[in-house]
Write a protein that binds this ligand. Sequence first.
Ligand SMILES: Cc1cc2nc3c(=O)[nH]c(=O)nc-3n(C[C@H](O)[C@H](O)[C@H](O)COP(=O)(O)OP(=O)(O)OC[C@H]3O[C@@H](n4cnc5c(N)ncnc54)[C@H](O)[C@@H]3O)c2cc1C
Length: 413
Amino acid sequence: MTVHDLRTATTQTARATLAAVPGVPNWREDDILTRARRVAAVAAQHADAVDREARFPAEAIAAAKAEGLMGVLAPAALGGEGASHGEVVEVCYLLGQACASAAMIYAMHQVKAACVVRHGLGSHWHEAFIRRMVADQLLLASSTTEGRAGGNVRSSAAPVTYAGGRIGLERDASVISYGLEADALVTTARRAADAAPSDQVLLILDKADYTLTLTRTWETLGMRGTASTGFALKADADVAQIMPQPYEAIHAQSMVPAAHLFWGAAWAGVAASATERARRFIRKAARGAGGQLPPAAGYLTKAMASLRALRALLAGVLERYEAIQDDPEALAALDFQSAVNLLKVDVSELAVETVTAAMRATGLSGYRNDSEASLGRHLRDVLSAPIMINNDRILTNLAAASLVADLPQSIRN
Ligand SMILES: Cc1cc2nc3c(=O)[nH]c(=O)nc-3n(C[C@H](O)[C@H](O)[C@H](O)COP(=O)(O)OP(=O)(O)OC[C@H]3O[C@@H](n4cnc5c(N)ncnc54)[C@H](O)[C@@H]3O)c2cc1C
């Protein structure tokens, strides 16, 4: 089978292929969203404890693995289901309504899976890894943040070192979500000691290839279950584990689109859940007042409106991405890159706006930590959105492009 065949295998092909394989677990019988709903129910049950105890959402991620949701993006020929980005977006949205940390962990895992699946095809080591990711339902963590450089993903300090077919890496990985719970790590690194910081590679490390020594804790306002602690990362691996394409291409074609779509869907889920709590609160208040809407009901309308705008933005960029995903030139074009980068800024701001409006609609009940309308967890979680790769950084990076971009001459195009 050629790389093209692998890439174009559809979900239907995947399911037909899998149905014919004896001994395939039962979860293959249900579609991805049905399975995701079951995972979301588990995640919702433990969300308060995960937040309170700032612990990894072990139950939700175990459920996602049991439902076979980790390897869905892999093509059928490598054991996956050939799921689209749209399907993963919907899973993130569902999980976000249940537990923000579980949703973000699933989203971050799928961002890495999207990079490996798209750019690993044709490479013997990476195809074998993709098969294992599906068969063993591996959870992939990400390391891009390094030292004090923070969210500048297109710059790496630590270089890969080479000796006799082996590679080494020692990195101040200042934030790695669920680093200890992950089964594998996907990390950026400087190509070599004499390479520029922007000359980067992406490499896949199996758990046996690296050690992590804790350097920073994760005592945060929200997203507490992501357990995004800092580590000194030390790795020794086979040179074949470096992704064949330069990180620059992977970044533009896969990493940024997948990150902004999947993270955005997780934040949208948090916003939707907050809006639903506000709606229930207003309904109950109106029933108790003989049908009279409480004075803050207008904020529910505001929450609904910003949630609608948020979903429309995500849907628009998703549609555009799916239309051009096999065209590297179109993906790299200024127009698409601006849209997909701004998506993160806009979606994160709208998610905060939606949860804030929902909080205003519920008043003191939403502000309390001990009421059924409580929105404290939602608000704390969603406030991570504008700072997860700071919106200021993205806007400043796009400023130069904005200077040269043509002013659109029509509304639709
Ligand atoms: C919930 C959550 C999970 C995360 N998980 C991971 C993970 O799994 N793996 C991972 O690698 N990272 C992770 N991160 C970190 C994330 O990728 C960014 O590194 C982090 O949000 C910091 O982004 P920032 O540097 O853009 O912003 P901030 O640190 O908030 O910086 C604030 C501002 O200062 C400016 N600034 C900061 N440093 C510099 C500098 N050196 N030079 C110039 N300007 C600077 C920026 O432009 C920005 O506007 C996570 C973050 C969050 C919130």
